[in-house]
Design a protein around this ligand. Structure first.
Ligand code: URA
Length: 289
């Protein structure tokens, strides 16, 4: 590494590489003598993180470590996020896939939010406005956020993949969208990891199975994922249905089914509010009773 970088950054990069190798089934890695020397000479908080991690893999640097390293304030967070945005714009790996469109759709909201929503990838509307969740699914998400007594400006909203996935060669795709695949998510995952490190939310909400799979590196039905406890980079992750799923159900004749799914999402949000320590009014608690 030629540039001088904060230790937390190095830790993030290294943990990303190790995590990827581990998910590919690697159990051992050769380390060059010079690299080993550099690692062992790194400051003590780096080594503690390494020792605390499972099975000898370096753990992902979590928000509290970051807090200790730097003076966190909104100005700092904006600057850091801006730097990540610039990195996304020049992401060679993302471009080299050839399956993602050109425009970057980064994130929106409070750079120091307690609550972070993470979706899968932008769609046509998002690409047009260069903002996540501004199309129909975004309007549904806004309703959910408002029902929690919050505004979009108070939370942080982002996606794992920062470019709209191409359909075919992307030339004639009009408004049709597709989910990102695992390669595309893998190419972009380091960005959301860095965003989490900067924003340091108390809770992450993964919207839908694809976002959950990208963050948690495990598939599965939302019905079971939402019942389990998860973590990403040391931050609790709550999995819930994607707002598009709610919209699809609303457009179908079975109103009871649609209401049941909305109720589940709302139950998840009540858990999130409780976890953050937000007050929950009687009205909020009784929305679906
Ligand atoms: N769906 C997502 O997952 N993200 C968006 O930004 C819009 C729709």
């Amino acid at each position: 590494m030629s540039d001088i970088q904060p230790v937390s950054h190095a830790l993030g990069v290294l943990s990303e590489i190790l995590r990827r190798e581990k998910s590919r089934g690697k159990t051992h890695l050769a380390i060059a003598e010079a690299s080993e020397k550099t690692l062992t000479e790194m400051p003590v908080n780096f080594m503690i993180a390494a020792q605390n991690s499972q099975a000898g893999a370096v753990s992902v640097s979590s928000a509290p470590e970051k807090t200790a390293d730097v003076q966190r304030n909104e100005e700092w967070a904006r600057k850091e996020l801006n730097a990540i945005f610039k990195e996304v714009k020049t992401c060679e790996v993302c471009r080299s896939l050839g399956t993602l469109r050109d425009s970057v759709v980064f994130a929106t909201g409070n750079p120091m939010a307690d609550l972070m929503f993470v979706g899968e990838a932008p769609g046509a509307e998002e690409e047009k406005e260069r903002k996540p969740f501004v199309g129909p699914a975004g309007q549904k998400l806004t309703q959910i956020i408002k029902a929690m007594g919050l505004s979009r400006e108070e939370v942080y909203i982002s996606n794992i993949v920062k470019f709209r996935p191409k359909k075919g060669d992307g030339r004639f795709q009009g408004s049709s969208n597709r989910k990102p695949d695992s390669t595309e998510m893998e190419a972009c995952i380091r960005f959301i990891r860095k965003e989490i490190e900067v924003v340091a939310p108390k809770v992450i909400v993964a919207l839908g199975a694809t976002a959950a799979e990208g963050l948690l590196e495990r598939g599965g039905a939302i019905s079971s994922l939402r019942e389990q406890r998860h973590e990403f980079a040391g931050v609790p992750v709550f999995v819930t249905y994607h707002p598009s799923f709610l919209l699809r159900q609303e457009s179908e004749p079975n109103a009871e089914k649609a209401r049941a799914s909305k109720r589940k999402v709302w139950e998840d949000m009540l858990k999130v509010m409780e976890h953050i320590g937000m007050p929950v009014s009687e009205k909020q608690r009784g929305f679906f009773s």
